[in-house]
Structures are given as C-alpha cells and as structure tokens.
Design a protein around this ligand. Structure first.
Ligand SMILES: [Zn+2]
Length: 217
C-alpha cells in the first residue's frame, strides 16, 4: 500500500483537527515520551485533543488522536498502553486505508494507484471514517493490542479496564448509532478469554509509570 497516500490522508485529518479542535501541547509532548518508551516497531505520533468527547482514533500514516476527556479517565499506565497498542494496530495493519477503499467500493491491494484513485481516496478521507472502524478491524486491534502488551510485559488487564470505561461512557450517552461495531460487552468477553489463554506475569515499569503520572498532573 502506497505510503505517500497514507501521509497525505494523515495531513488532511490533522488540518481537520486544527480547524475544529485545540491541541493540548504540553500533554501531547509527554504522551509522545510514553509512546517512545513503548517502542513499537513503527514510529507514530500522538496528539491530545482538548474535547469533552470520550474517544480516540488512528489515521493512516502515523497519527493517533486521543481526546483529553478519555485521557482524564485513565487510571494506570497499563490502560494508556492498551489504548495506544490498540490504536497503533489500526495503523500497522493499515485499517484506515482499507476502510476508505471499502467506503469507495474498492479492494485496495495494489501497490500501484492510479492518480485518479489516489485523489479520490484522499478527497474522501475524513476523520469520521477513523472513528468508525468495522467490527473485524476493532477485534484485530484489541487482540493484537493484547499481544503488544504481552511483548512488553505490561498488565493485560489494562485493556479490560479500558473497555469497561468505554462501556460506562456508552451507557451514559446511549449511543447506538455505531451498530457495525462489536458491542463493547462482546469485546470485554473475548478480551477476558484471551487474557486467560495467555497468562503471564506482568512486570513493573517504572519509566511508564513515571510518565503516566506526569500526564495525569
Ligand atoms: Zn479501534
């Protein structure tokens, strides 16, 4: 999949964010320290958006956006690592580009895009798409996210706690428009199963804890 298209999309969504929201610069800086410490295979850049919405999303290329309200609700470095591992997976597995392609009715497998298709994809790409990934992409991001946590010996219950918070916020807003999503209850169930199947002893991570405490200040 062509990287320059992903980069163009990333830029476009960043412009959209810039026009509609404000970025929390100081927390953005600290959270990027956190993600550097997680040391994922590919580089990503995280932005903290000032907003009362409980949400986060990932955009092709390398950008992850986290709404400040969501960050406020997180209680441990394991929860933040779980959120970032989930969003990182959307990027590493190219879920964004595949979603835009699907929306336009294309199967995007070719590394060679025509100029027309390139333009069409970039033109039709807006942040809404990345807030509404399909059920299978969400599940893949959850399960691969757990794998990344295991690689780094981070407590997998962070993912579970995160889901429970998402469920709580959904119940508060009674938002049933995202019917294509796996229900959060369903996600909690398969995450619990996966944790049970892949038991390991999490290790203390002083550096992540320290950075997390800075973010929470
Ligand atoms: Zn997701």
């Amino acid at each position: 999949l062509p990287n320059d298209v992903a980069i163009e999309i990333g830029k476009q969504v960043r412009d959209e964010i810039d026009n509609n929201y404000r970025i929390d610069d100081s927390r953005t800086e600290i959270i990027n320290e956190f993600v550097k410490t997680l040391n994922f295979e590919n580089k990503v850049k995280v932005f903290v958006i000032k907003s009362n919405e409980f949400n986060a999303f990932a955009v092709p290329g390398k950008y992850i956006f986290i709404y400040s309200k969501m960050l406020d609700k997180l209680e441990s470095h394991a929860e933040l690592a779980a959120l970032l591992a989930h969003e990182y997976t959307h990027i590493s597995k190219k879920h964004g580009l595949l979603s835009v392609g699907r929306q336009l009715g294309y199967e995007i497998f070719s590394a060679v895009f025509s100029d027309d298709l390139r333009e069409e994809i970039i033109d039709n790409s807006n942040m809404e798409i990345y807030l509404n990934y399909s059920k299978e992409f969400e599940k893949e991001a959850d399960l691969n996210g757990l794998k990344l946590l295991k690689d780094k010996k981070i407590d997998p219950r962070g993912m579970l706690m995160l889901m429970k918070k998402i469920r709580k916020s959904e119940r508060r807003h009674r938002n049933n428009t995202l019917s294509d999503h796996p229900s959060t209850l369903e996600r909690i169930e398969y995450i619990e199963e996966e944790i049970e199947k892949n038991k390991y002893q999490p290790e203390k991570n002083k550096k992540l804890e320290e950075i997390f405490n800075q973010i929470k200040k």
